[in-house]
Design a protein around this ligand. Structure first.
Ligand code: DQA
Length: 144
């Protein structure tokens, strides 16, 4: 399968930012973990991160043109207010899993709302980096 992992703002700061919340693993280790898993399981994977809303939307539109078959997205803080990212996700009819490393429901109230989750297939929150692994397992599971 052809898969895309898309990470939003500040996720490149994993291992640096708020370690008590996001852990000590770096962004680079997340990328290698996902790339190794995809290679082992025979999938084609691109992993991207951007701090810019427009870049994330461009990447989602590019996914349409390049025939990506499944998306794992952590929109970071854009989750809570970006109708533009929501619209970009809504235009893609492929499976899309929203992942949050932290349990957003245990945190500030503004994090309890996701404007993007309703246009995704499902959401995984609070399981750390394992959430990305489980999302890939879902996307690549055999379907009838
Ligand atoms: C996050 C949760 C968001 O509220 C926050 O803005 C992030 C990371 C997570 O993975 O837990 O940047 O998406």
């Amino acid at each position: 399968m052809k898969l895309l992992v898309l990470n939003g703002p500040n996720l490149n700061f994993l291992g640096i930012r708020e370690k008590g919340i996001y852990g000590t693993e770096t962004y680079e280790s997340l990328v290698s973990m996902m790339e190794d898993k995809a290679r082992r399981e025979g999938h084609e994977l691109e992993v991207c991160q951007s701090n810019s809303e427009g870049d994330l939307i461009d990447k989602l539109q590019e996914a349409y043109h390049s025939g990506v078959e499944g998306i794992i997205i952590n929109p970071g803080a854009f989750t809570h207010y970006s109708y533009a990212i929501r619209d970009a996700l809504a235009s893609l009819e492929i499976p899309k899993i929203e992942v949050h490393i932290s349990n957003v429901h245990k945190r500030e109230e503004f994090r309890h709302v996701s404007v993007t989750a309703p246009v995704c297939t499902g959401q995984i929150v609070g399981l750390g980096l394992l959430g990305y692994v489980l999302a890939m397992d879902y996307l690549t599971a055999p379907r009838n």
